[in-house]
Write a protein that binds this ligand. Structure first.
Ligand SMILES: O=C(O)CCC(=O)C(=O)O
Length: 330
């Protein structure tokens, strides 16, 4: 037991010794020998040594040009069909911007900020099964992979109220399963993204910290539902804006602090994403933890969707889907 802990500690310390300084990575051939110094990535033949070290140190990794234009066109088309009410996938949640949420607008692409839980939509769920995505996911989760949480984000042009911003947060705040190192998010840009249209912004290295307290930020004009933010992050930490092209995909750790700025263009900035987890992960009881409040909020929201009587674990079990290997705990 002691030896195991010491070996783990040694891996952590060794993992902290390298500081590569590159951000985007083309799909290049992997190194064949990787020293045993990693705790956030698995031994694999996919990532180069440089890519592994980058993720270990920074908590994210961009793979350029990973998803084809043809696939992105299909996701866009399906999103538009959903917005026109032509398809109504079971379990799908449609979110609107706080500035239009209470209005009488009929459903259309301009009022939808995000769709979540598209696991029953064959066309969108293809994203979570793309071999090129799973090839990388496996480097973080291992071979038994569950798709846990799906989203297509349609960040609208900001109305001037700054409500299109997404506050800095850690995704683990929303997840009642662990361990965190066996969870990864894949986020694919559906068009060019930069600071103008509100690209992702990350605080590199923050995945090495712990889960922080989240709450609604005190924004003058309101905040979108469930857009919780961290109150006490180091305001002087380095921030990296992830400028990406259509099809580029960033993989990031669920403790990495990230968010996105407002969209100052007239276009809707789209991205598709999925959180994947090792099927060996286990559910935790969040009662008495900083996650209890978010669980209550999600349950209250779910009640509108006729899931009365279900626990949070039931809800997660319903939406979790095996995409590779064997279904174990989740
Ligand atoms: O795509 C974005 O703007 C941010 C998405 C995000 O961080 C989230 O939904 O958790």
């Amino acid at each position: 037991m002691e030896r195991g802990r010491a070996a783990h500690r040694l891996r952590v310390v060794l993992g902290h010794l390298d500081h590569p300084d590159i951000i985007g990575h083309p799909t290049i051939s992997p190194a064949t020998f990787h020293p045993k110094q990693f705790q956030y990535t698995r031994d694999n033949n996919v990532l180069s040594l440089e890519q592994r070290k980058f993720y270990e140190e920074n908590g994210f990794l961009i793979i350029k040009n990973l998803v084809s234009d043809a696939d992105i066109a299909r996701f866009r088309n399906e999103f538009e069909r959903i917005c026109r009410n032509e398809v109504k996938p079971t379990g799908l949640r449609i979110m609107r911007d706080v500035t239009i949420a209470k209005s009488e607008y009929t459903l259309n692409e301009k009022v939808v900020t995000k769709i979540q839980d598209f696991q029953e939509d064959e066309e969108l769920f293809r994203y979570c099964t793309l071999p090129e995505i799973l090839k990388y996911v496996e480097c973080f989760t291992g071979p038994n992979i569950m798709a846990m949480h799906t989203m297509l984000i349609n960040k609208p042009p900001d109305t001037g109220e700054k409500t299109s911003r997404h506050p800095l947060h850690q995704d683990l705040h929303y997840f009642p399963f662990r361990p965190s190192n066996d969870i990864v998010c894949a986020w694919t840009a559906m068009e060019h993204v930069d600071r103008n249209n509100g690209c992702l912004v990350v605080l590199p290295g923050t995945h090495k910290g712990t889960l922080k307290l989240h709450d609604y930020p005190q924004w003058e004009k309101g905040v979108n539902i469930l857009y919780h933010g961290i109150q006490d992050y180091d305001k002087n930490s380095e921030r990296i804006h992830l400028v990406m092209e259509k099809g580029d995909t960033v993989f990031f750790h669920p403790l990495l602090i990230h968010g996105s700025g407002r969209n100052q263009t007239q276009g809707f900035r789209k991205a598709i994403s999925c959180h994947f987890a090792d099927a060996n992960c286990h559910y935790i009881d969040v009662k008495g933890t900083s996650q209890e409040k978010v669980e209550k909020e999600v349950i209250t929201m779910m009640k509108f969707q006729e899931t009365k009587g279900l626990t949070m674990k039931d809800v997660w079990r319903i939406r979790a889907r095996l995409v590779k290997g064997e279904q174990i705990n989740l």
